[in-house]
Design a protein around this ligand. Structure first.
Ligand code: HEC
Length: 147
């Protein structure tokens, strides 16, 4: 009887530990991209098979709203709330406005960044799609600063 109780207590303690470990992992290491509903936005000819280099949603209010939520779900954990970096990843408010900023942005969004076998940023293009990428860019441009 005593032995049975002891084991039960041990099992309970072990599973509590596992639960708290799992909780920690979710808080810090959740890298599963969260789907973004972009059905409200105009389609991009060619979809994900033909990536364009200029933001078609620049200044589009609906896109900016969708982009903000897409950013919060997929980028903020590294690039910071409101695009204000806490230092882990570059501060995206400083991305250049306009065409050259668009090109650099979409390149990183699509392919992420890896060097010497280390992934600094995971690729997002295939999973989230081009429409979500340009919506995020449209929102980021509203947060731009030169300071
Ligand atoms: C796991 C952390 C992480 C996530 C999530 C992440 N990034 Fe990044 N991102 C980085 C890091 C780190 C760099 C710098 C890469 C380097 O040093 O080569 C970077 C670089 C960039 C750059 C280039 C910035 C510059 O100044 O050159 C852009 C643009 C960018 N990320 C956009 C995004 C967007 C948009 C998302 C969400 C869809 C996102 N990132 C999600 C970590 C992340």
């Amino acid at each position: 009887m005593t032995i049975t109780l002891g084991r039960a207590a041990l099992v309970a303690a072990a599973s509590t530990l596992m639960l708290s470990l799992a909780g920690n992992l979710q808080a810090h290491g959740n890298v599963t991209p969260q789907a973004v509903d972009t059905t409200a936005l105009p389609d991009i000819t060619g979809g994900n098979d033909a990536w364009i280099e200029r933001d078609p949603y620049k200044g589009n209010a609906a896109a900016i709203k969708i982009g903000e939520s897409a950013y919060n779900q997929n980028c903020a954990r590294c690039h910071g709330i409101e695009a204000i970096s806490g230092g882990i990843a570059p501060d995206l408010r400083y991305l250049e406005l306009g065409d050259s900023g668009d090109e650099w942005f979409i390149q990183r969004f699509r392919h992420g960044s890896s060097r010497d076998g280390k992934v600094y940023m995971p690729p997002m293009g295939e999973v989230l799609g081009q429409k979500a990428g340009w919506a995020i860019r449209a929102w980021l441009e509203t947060k731009h600063t030169d300071d």
